[in-house]
Design a binder for this molecule. Sequence first.
Ligand code: HEC
Length: 127
Amino acid sequence: MANVIVWFRPFGWPPARVRYEYPTYSAAQVAAGEALYRVTCSACHGPAGEGDAAAEVPALDGSMHAWHHADSLFARYIREGGVYMPAVAPEWSDEQVTAVLAYVKQWWEPRQRAYQHEVSEANPATP
Ligand code: HEC
């Protein structure tokens, strides 16, 4: 990865930065991800990723802590399930996982995307 210089503000977490670094995705990836999300995730996590508090399904938008999780954790939850979440798509390719991530990340602010990018770099793909 390219070396980048980042400036931190002294207060607040995650630290606000002058410049945020994170990967972007093509419109085609986002569109494919939206279609996959609607079929595979929205029944539980809500059509706009808002979650379902009554059913104890966390939001995937920026309001909770989905953006604290690495891409590899998303992949594992999707293919193998979580604590209470079932394995919803064990057969998904990396491209399909990436597409759904491209769509979900649209709900996150730049600072959240930048933070999650660092977490993803630090936690590369799980088997
Ligand atoms: C049958 C309902 C259901 C479906 C469908 C479902 N999930 Fe979940 N998901 C849950 C529940 C319940 C949790 C919280 C408990 C847990 O961690 O297992 C969860 C947790 C998660 C988490 C961790 C969130 C956090 O903040 O800790 C991620 C990421 C996630 N789901 C992604 C997805 C994605 C992406 C899809 C679609 C590909 C999906 N889920 C489909 C029920 C579901």
